[in-house]
Design a protein around this ligand. Sequence first.
Ligand SMILES: [Zn+2]
Length: 87
Amino acid sequence: MPIYAYQCGSCGHAKDVLQKMSDAPLTDCPACGASTFNKRLTAPGFQLKGSGWYATDFKGGATGAPSSSDSAAPAASSPATPPTTAS
Ligand SMILES: [Zn+2]
């Protein structure tokens, strides 16, 4: 699920909210209660906590199990990674 950066227009309270794309956007500020809590289109200093977060991965709604194609895996006989010797 994507994380949206919200900010209150009244008190300036900012919060990152984890929402589905289909969820209705929040409007009420959790800090002051005003209905001026809006998404920020651009998230300055957007921080990725952890690795492997791709917001574009969630388009299309993946249903079902991941493709289990364990039939003919090519046994790539990869030798030990050659040392990068800059000669
Ligand atoms: Zn507020």
